[in-house]
Design a protein around this ligand. Structure first.
Ligand code: ZN
Length: 447
């Protein structure tokens, strides 16, 4: 069962069990039975009942029927109430902008996608994002004040405490710009900011190809290449938010110049931008290729993939080489992190087998056997939306946990009396969870 815990700054420690319980329900997929909750959190059924009643009363969770019951009969489970609020998600890529509004189960109500240039700088780009968000809201008959939170994915290393990016290679002008503060001032709703690859990992982990996994890596292959890591069910951002910058692993120190200023990074060999440059060079060389019919200055990865699918050997070779380089880096990552699943996502990953087949081959050849046996390499189940959905998950996270905090906490005496009453009617020992590593204080915080 999944659990994920990202404490908020304003979180009251007394509400720990409530927060843990809500996360357990959120990330379980299809609802959780009451008995499983008691066991997972190491609480008595009486305590669990009390917390659940409180959360149902405040409209955050609800009881529903699970259709996946093993017995065949529908079982009553607890799930997040998707209608308890609305959030928006914004995915800023190097060359695209996606904005969506959705409910608390990340069901998208409306979405827009438009061309965009992150290198236009923060003032221009945030204005664009604002305009796109207002358009999406207008289409759904909503206003910004209807949103509980907004999640934002950016293609650079994010320092979450400050809501800024630090020294982002492909975001000129954005270094330490107060992104979160600016948007919160503009919209007057909480804004959650994170790196796009990290949010891709989160999106796939909660709703996509990484459900239920403990350790996973999400490789985002877009114009650039980045990785998001979930280690022991937590996003791993590193000290300054730049963990997983797999695109800047050196493949060949004498290789082409990269956006980060170094030479021969993976991204400069295998990212979407590199693929397009190689396609241009191919056409310029005068070799026979279907790509010659296209406008040389604007050849896209999609066109290279299309030519490859139609049997163009030179186009196939470009994608094969890109997959091979990504495979070398992924094999190293697998040796380092030992994940159970590696998810290849981002726009370029939509190319499919032409890219993933060489990645799988190289991983088989180069990863240590123990790690290679345990890992599954797959494409993103959410397609282009991994980071967008991840941003929505993070926005919902803030919204739900803030809602728990804003509800007046009952005083300790009343809580204890309730607890004793409940325990008299339900003589049950505290069941300790088998694995409490993710909820370290679950049993003693309600005392
Ligand atoms: Zn680089």
């Amino acid at each position: 069962m999944n659990a994920f815990y990202l404490p908020l700054a304003n979180q009251n420690v007394k509400n720990f069990n409530k927060h843990a319980l809500v996360d357990l329900i959120r990330f379980a997929g299809r609802g959780v039975a009451r008995t499983d909750i008691a066991q997972e959190l190491g609480l008595t059924r009486a305590s669990v009942t009390m917390i659940i009643n409180d959360l149902i009363e405040s409209g955050i969770i609800l009881e529903t029927e699970s259709r996946s019951a093993r017995s065949g009969r529908p079982a009553v489970v607890l799930d997040i109430n998707p209608k308890s609020g609305l959030t928006a998600a914004i995915d800023m890529g190097a060359t695209h902008l996606s904005v969506a509004v959705g409910d608390f189960s990340a069901h998208i109500l409306e979405e827009v996608e438009q061309p965009f240039r992150i290198d236009d700088g923060p003032e221009h780009c945030l204005k664009e994002a604002d305009r796109a968000l207002r358009l999406v809201l207008e289409k759904s008959g909503l206003q910004i004040s209807d949103l509980s939170a907004v999640g934002l994915a950016v293609p650079g290393p994010v320092i979450s405490e400050t809501g800024m990016v630090m020294a982002p290679p492909i975001m000129p002008g954005w270094d330490r710009f107060p992104i979160r503060t600016t948007l919160e001032k503009l919209w007057k709703v909480p804004v959650a900011l994170n790196n796009d690859a990290n949010l891709g990992a989160l999106g796939e982990w909660v709703y996509g190809a990484g459900r239920g996994e403990r350790n996973l890596a999400f490789i985002k292959v877009g114009s650039g290449i980045g990785a998001g890591l979930i280690i022991d069910r937590q996003i791993f951002g590193g000290t300054t938010g730049s963990a997983g910058e797999i695109g800047h692993l050196t493949i060949d120190e004498n290789g082409p110049l990269c956006t980060c200023g170094s030479h021969g990074c993976l991204e400069a060999f295998a990212g979407g931008h590199a693929i397009e440059l190689q396609a241009q060079k191919l056409v310029e060389s005068g070799k026979r290729t279907l790509l010659s019919d296209l406008n040389i200055k604007s050849i896209t990865v999609r066109e290279v993939a299309e030519a490859a699918r139609r049997g163009d050997l030179a186009a196939q070779e470009i994608l094969h080489r890109s997959g091979t380089f990504i495979g070398i880096a992924v094999a190293g990552l697998i040796n380092l992190v030992n994940p159970s699943v590696v998810i290849i996502g981002g726009g370029v990953a939509e190319v499919g087998d032409l890219l993933t087949a060489p990645i799988r081959k190289i991983v088989r050849e180069r990863s240590l056997r123990a790690a290679e046996h345990a890992v599954k390499i797959t494409t993103a189940m959410l397609g282009r939306r991994s980071s967008l959905i991840g941003a929505m998950v993070q926005a919902t996270h803030i919204a739900i946990h803030s809602a728990i905090e804003s509800k007046p906490t009952r005083n300790k005496a009343a809580y204890r009396a309730d607890k004793e009453l409940a325990e008299q009617s339900d003589h049950e020992e505290v069941i300790l969870a088998k694995d409490k590593s993710n909820t370290p204080h679950a049993s003693h915080l309600i005392e």
